[in-house]
Design a protein around this ligand. Structure first.
Ligand code: KG4
Ligand code: ZN
Length: 420
């Protein structure tokens, strides 16, 4: 199956094209195109992602990203009008223009993105759009204005070319990123998934039928968000994760005694807001004021990062151990528990913050020591931060699971949860 996918949930405008096969049990993917246009430079000036600017940039970039993706896949072909007349019949007249009746609908789809409508019409006049088997797109969660641009683009393409639409949960995309470049026999399920991104920090059990259940989650800030906020205190740029990681390399992780929030709580939830505030108070209590010295920045980064790693590792191991020892009566908590133990085979990790080598290393070493039978998987570097490839892979599975929708009935879902 040829799958086309769109991602616009935050500050990356991305389109991918894959060939997928193998079915639900043994999915395998061949990447034909993976194009990402990042807005990071723009948002850097504001210290974080500005939703209305993200929306504007997605509108500006989508058609050129589309063109690059088709080019990369070797699928960019100029419009052959005779062919298009034959193929699309009523949809295009001989000049390659979309007839008025269709244009009206297109206008209504793009009522909030008129420039994107114009760009797409120009594209369609000049180039053919291949007959993909499915269009996968991020439906949520994410920034609502940003999501809508990709949602409407997907709706328009589905309407124009009669291609089934598959809405994809962005968080599932981060988890399915682990399936890239794996052998068809790859089957990490049942698994515990640890999702650490700019917007989410969750422990999720994924059973053999690809059912997702949240086992623990942050009560306030996400891991990436905490990195970004600490970076802001220190006068560093957005996104803070990679900068803090670099500074921490030459800092002393024991120099500042920071808390490990919720580590003693019985549940598998997290809290990173308190840790972020502890960084601020530590600096203030020492009478330190910005601009901070390089040594302070390094030691604070290292101490903060060590606290993050300790909490993530502790709670992840707790979640796996507890689910493996679940009594049969815990059915309401874990869907597979009725069969006895929820036999977790692996830990699969996803989300932008897993780019962090210390977090990776911490998870790998402790799981190897405490749960040697559990395999640990990280996504390959190209699909760690937001991208459309992961959306295409999740979209293929969604398609097989009959999750296609009518373009008339699709809405952006900014607060969508992974278990919905
Ligand atoms: O998954 P992602 O690309 O976007 C969301 O869906 O949120 O994650 C972006 C987040 C940002 O908060 C960024 O600071 C964080 O991932 N991040 C990192 C690192 N690289 C990116 N956090 C810690 N260490 C890193 N090396
Ligand atoms: Zn993401």
């Amino acid at each position: 199956m040829l799958i086309f996918s769109i991602e616009t949930s935050c500050d990356e405008t991305a389109i991918a094209i894959i060939e997928a096969k193998g079915g639900f049990k043994k999915p395998s993917f061949k990447v034909l195109a993976n194009v990402i246009s990042s807005q990071v430079k723009l948002h850097k000036k504001f210290g974080g992602v500005v939703p209305f600017l993200a929306k504007r940039e997605h509108q500006r970039n989508l058609v050129s990203v589309l063109k690059s993706a088709l080019e990369e896949a070797g699928l960019l072909k100029v419009q052959d009008f005779n062919l298009s007349e034959l193929k699309f019949g009523t949809k295009f007249n001989s000049s390659g223009l979309i007839p008025n009746s269709k244009l009206k609908i297109l206008d209504s789809i793009f009522s909030h993105e008129p420039d994107l409508c114009l760009d797409l019409c120009k594209f369609v006049k000049k180039y053919q759009f291949p007959q993909f088997d499915g269009i996968a797109f991020t439906v949520g969660p994410g920034l609502e204005p940003a999501l809508w641009v990709g949602v409407n683009f997907a709706r328009a393409l589905s309407f124009l070319f009669d291609i089934p639409l598959v809405p994809v949960n962005h968080l599932k995309g981060h988890i399915y990123a682990n399936w890239l470049n794996q052998k068809p026999s790859f089957n990490p399920l049942p698994a515990m998934a640890l999702l650490i991104s700019g917007g989410h920090t969750q422990l999720i059990s994924v059973d053999q039928d690809h059912k997702f259940k949240i086992v623990g989650e942050t009560r306030d800030d996400a891991v990436g968000e905490a990195y970004d906020k600490v970076a802001k205190f220190l006068g560093l740029e957005y996104p803070g994760g990679p900068i803090i990681e670099k500074l921490a390399e030459s800092g002393d992780p024991k120099f500042f005694d920071l808390p490990r929030p919720m580590i003693k709580h019985k549940n598998c939830d997290f809290s990173f807001s308190g840790l972020k505030t502890a960084v601020l108070y530590t600096l203030r209590d020492l009478g330190l004021k910005p601009p901070y010295s390089l040594k302070i920045k390094r030691d604070i980064s290292a101490s903060f990062q060590q606290a993050v790693v300790d909490v993530l590792v502790f709670k992840t191991i707790k979640a796996i151990k507890e689910s493996q020892n679940l009594p049969r009566t815990a059915l309401c908590e874990f869907p597979r528990a009725v069969l006895g133990k929820f036999n977790i085979k692996s830990l699969i990790v996803g989300g932008g913050a897993i780019a962090n080598q210390k977090i990776r290393q911490g998870l790998l070493e402790s799981i190897k020591k405490e749960l040697p039978k559990v395999k640990v998987y990280f996504p390959s570097q190209e699909v760690v931060t937001d991208n459309a490839l992961m959306i295409a892979m999740a979209g293929y599975l969604g398609y097989l699971n009959n999750e296609t929708v009518d373009w008339r009935q699709v809405k952006a879902l900014p607060n969508l949860r992974v278990d919905e």
